[in-house]
Design a protein around this ligand. Structure first.
Ligand SMILES: NCc1[nH]cc(CCC(=O)O)c1CC(=O)O
Length: 333
């Protein structure tokens, strides 16, 4: 861009900011309820359907609660829900079989929502951590996260979710080769319409802390995820990962976390022009809500400003725990 800018006073940039009507006309980006994906935590553990202490206003839901959330999302116009299971430590094993069990909580919730509110798109999470005694996204042997063996498990998980009726599969595991393996397996199993939103540029971030509380992984996780999630210092590597996942058959890509990585969102959108999403993760939500609770920030204003920042950075949409609150506010105009 090469702006033509005659000298002052011919140019007075404040002219276009004088009234709301002029500001509306000059506005470059807009935030709509249609840009939102609402992540929810689901559980079948009795008594676990409570507020997540580090995420004020976010509650784990039972199957019935999740169906009600889908009804609410439909009423508000939110196009998609993303499901994250909180599991009983007793079902977590080192081999993670529960991850591809058609009767696990995620797959039951997918079927229940699809039966009651079919118009809502259901996104899933594909990674072994909710079912892994080690808390890692992949199988662990002698302290090493196994890539190829994990991919086989992830493919089984993907097929089980597709069979349950998921619309969007969200591999969040960061193993190499998983998108291609899943795409081939989906085609072979007759699920050629199931979309993949790859967590392509997912960083080893400290901002996931509250999420690990929400899904009950905090105690289980041994060590960190730095051998598979990205180094927060890297940017070119994100471009290579996105290129790789698109080449393997991803329909959409994600950058995660969101606000500390808006530069990556912009680079990805400019480089590829594909449907690009950001995940405003649990720690970002917790951070804003903590300041709101202290009376230091205005809830509605920071919520909308933070969500708009993703649109300005080139994102087509955003996964956010603020989705229902933002949708209600956007409906008021
Ligand atoms: N596969 C796990 C997964 N999927 C989504 C999140 C984080 C989401 C959030 O913080 O809101 C994580 C956590 C992690 O990688 O440890």
């Amino acid at each position: 861009m090469n702006p033509i800018l005659p000298p002052f006073p011919h140019t007075r940039l404040r002219r276009m900011r004088r009234t709301q009507a002029l500001r509306d006309l000059a506005q470059e980006n807009r935030l709509s309820v249609k840009d939102l994906i609402w992540p929810i935590f689901i559980t079948d553990v009795p008594g676990a359907d409570v507020e997540v202490s580090s995420m004020p206003g976010v509650f784990r839901m039972t199957l019935d609660g999740a169906v009600r959330a889908a009804e609410e999302a439909a009423k508000l116009g939110i196009p998609a829900l993303c499901l994250f299971p909180y599991t009983d430590p007793a079902v977590k094993t080192e081999t993670c079989e529960m991850a591809w069990n058609p009767e696990n909580i995620s797959n039951r919730v997918i079927r229940a929502i699809k039966a009651e509110v079919p118009e809502i798109a259901i996104m899933t999470d594909i990674a072994l951590d909710p079912y892994n005694a080690n808390g890692h996204d992949g199988l662990v042997r002698d302290g090493v996260i196994l890539n190829d063996e994990t991919v086989e498990c992830l493919v089984k998980m993907a097929i089980a979710q597709a069979e349950a009726g998921a619309d969007i599969l969200g591999p969040s595991d960061m193993m190499d080769g998983r998108i291609g393996a899943m795409r081939a397996a989906l085609e072979a199993a007759g699920h050629s319409d199931v979309t993949i939103l790859s967590y392509a540029a997912k960083y080893a971030s400290a901002f996931y802390g509250p999420f690990r509380d929400a899904v009950g992984a905090t105690g289980a996780l041994k060590g960190d995820k730095k051998t598979y999630q990205m180094n927060p210092a890297n940017s070119d590597e994100a471009i290579r990962l996105v290129a790789r996942d698109l080449a393997e058959g991803a329909d959409m890509v994600m950058v995660k976390p969101g606000m500390p990585y808006l530069d990556i969102c912009r680079r990805v959108k400019d480089a590829f022009g594909v449907p690009t999403y950001a995940y405003q993760v649990s720690g970002e939500y917790a951070m804003l809500m903590a300041a709101v609770k202290n009376g230091w920030l205005d809830h509605d204003k920071v919520m909308l400003e933070s969500l708009m920042s993703f649109r300005r950075a080139g994102c087509d949409g955003v996964l956010s725990y603020f989705a229902p609150a933002a949708a209600r506010l956007l409906a008021q105009g």
